[in-house]
Design a protein around this ligand. Structure first.
Ligand code: 4AD
Ligand code: MG
Length: 436
């Protein structure tokens, strides 16, 4: 199978490098088709683009013309023909078929032009063939590639933390609990605690794993399973952590701009607006944010967490992500470092995407004071025994360190201007569904 029809050219290649008169073999799926009497106009798509194929009586065997006439959209086909210019065709070129073979017939496709969201989600396995979804997946791949390139250049080692865990890193409310033989375990919310253990040998580490949150709320920015890029660095404070974040996010975005311009345009995102996403990002203090929200008549005060609505108000006029630093302790998790300059708060930052998209990163310096960690865990009434291994990290050569977690689909949603985060996943898992 590896060599099946290896003489075939990808459509992008035909469009970019073939000349009129060249004979080519293309293969792909029928994206649109119409026939008028003795001629069939079929638009084929493959992973690289779309091209028009014309099958005209006399140019190809009658049985091939019949096959072309009866092939429904999403049939897979292989076509041999000559390249010709045609101004009306997508890309300005077409292939005039001398052979048209159906590889796999298609039944009437369940998705037509105007469809409800529900039907598209029920048929996700077919809908991911659409040009929009394909564009999103390509942008996402480039964003992750951009991250890995930047992390390699900056000497971070990729590590592989577990998904089964017995610790609640981000609190008990959003944990998925499961039976683990005779005991219990959770699906990981965050690799952070394991990354903290790994810096003692590797110093600069990151992981890209699925994370799980039993989010009961139906929002446009929560998935129950998402891809989490997490990083932990030894000998770094929260200020250094923010510099890493702005460097990394900018590299991810610029990679997409460089490699996926066409896809971004197809999705309605002007790549020029993303070119401005370069360090440094603005840094706002939580207390100042609360003050400016109050000035806009928001009913908030010190201690309130920022939800989607507040984050939208903070970022809707921004073009570049902004940091919000120094959240009150009651808003954040137990492992963050108390800020000696304002002990009501932690040395932490959320990075909010612009244009109203909101939180894409949560990060902080980590608490190194063993007694403080124990006190906070006890206050949460969690069994300390499950955290003894984590507390050991403070008992054996503890050092200042910081890290963060970035939601890949949150970044993709912003960069691709998606209404809903589920479209940043080929098979989204939300409170409403886990099928197909
Ligand atoms: O802010 P969070 O909860 O932080 C942590 O999990 C830290 N332990 C990470 C760390 O320091 N290593 O989650 C981090 C990011 C959020 O900023 C958001 O981008 C994303 O993960 N995220 C989600 N993305 C999609 N759906 C959800 N339900 C998400 N929950 C968090
Ligand atoms: Mg957060």
């Amino acid at each position: 199978m590896a060599r099946l029809m290896s003489e075939a050219l990808c459509i992008g290649r035909v469009l970019s490098s073939s000349k009129p008169g060249d004979e080519v073999t293309v293969r792909g799926w029928i994206y649109r088709t119409r026939s008028s009497g003795a001629i069939v106009f079929a638009v084929l798509r493959d992973s690289t683009g779309i091209i028009q194929v014309t099958a005209k009586k006399g140019n190809l065997p009658d049985e091939d013309l019949d096959a072309a006439k009866s092939a429904l959209i999403e049939s897979s086909v292989s076509v041999v023909g000559k390249v010709a210019e045609d101004k009306r065709a997508p890309g300005g070129m077409e292939v005039r078929a001398s052979s048209f073979k159906v590889v796999g017939t298609a039944q009437p496709f369940p998705i037509t032009e105007y469809q409800s969201e529900e039907l598209l989600l029920d048929n996700r396995h077919l809908w991911i063939r659409s040009r929009e979804q394909t564009a999103v997946m390509k942008v996402k791949a480039s964003i992750m590639e951009g991250a890995r390139e930047w992390l390699r250049e900056n000497r971070f080692t990729e590590v592989t933390p577990p998904i089964f865990t017995q610790n609640a890193c981000e609190g008990g409310v959003t944990l998925f609990k499961l039976k683990y033989f005779d005991g219990e375990a959770y699906l990981s919310q965050s690799a952070q605690m394991y990354l903290e253990a790994l810096i003692f040998s590797l110093e600069r580490v990151y992981s890209l794993t699925p994370s799980f949150r039993a989010e009961k709320s139906r929002t446009t920015r929560h998935l129950t399973e998402y891809w989490h890029l997490e990083l932990e660095e030894a000998w770094t404070d929260n200020a250094g952590n923010m510099e890493i974040q702005e460097g990394l996010v900018s590299a991810m975005v610029q990679k997409a701009v460089k490699d996926r311009r066409e896809e971004l345009v197809l999705l309605g995102r002007d790549p020029e607006t993303l070119k401005e996403v370069v360090p440094p990002f603005k840094r706002l203090k939580y207390t100042d944010v609360i003050e400016s929200l109050r000035a806009k008549q928001f009913d908030v005060s010190f201690g309130c967490d920022l939800g989607a609505v507040e984050e939208r108000a903070v970022t809707s006029e921004e073009k570049v992500p902004v940091f919000v630093t120094n959240f009150p302790k009651e808003c954040k998790a137990f492992y963050m470092k108390e800020d000696p300059d304002d002990p009501r708060t932690y040395k932490c930052a959320d990075l909010l995407a612009p244009e109203g998209y909101g939180e894409v990163i949560g990060g902080s310096e980590r608490e190194t004071d063993l007694a403080k960690l124990v006190e906070r865990l006890e206050a949460q009434c969690v069994p300390l025994s499950a955290y003894e291994w984590y507390l050991d990290l403070r008992r054996y050569g503890s050092i200042p360190h910081s890290g963060f977690g970035l939601g890949i689909e949150r970044i993709v949603r912003w960069v691709c201007k998606l209404e809903h985060i589920r479209d940043a996943m080929p098979f989204p898992r939300t409170v409403a569904r886990a099928y197909p």
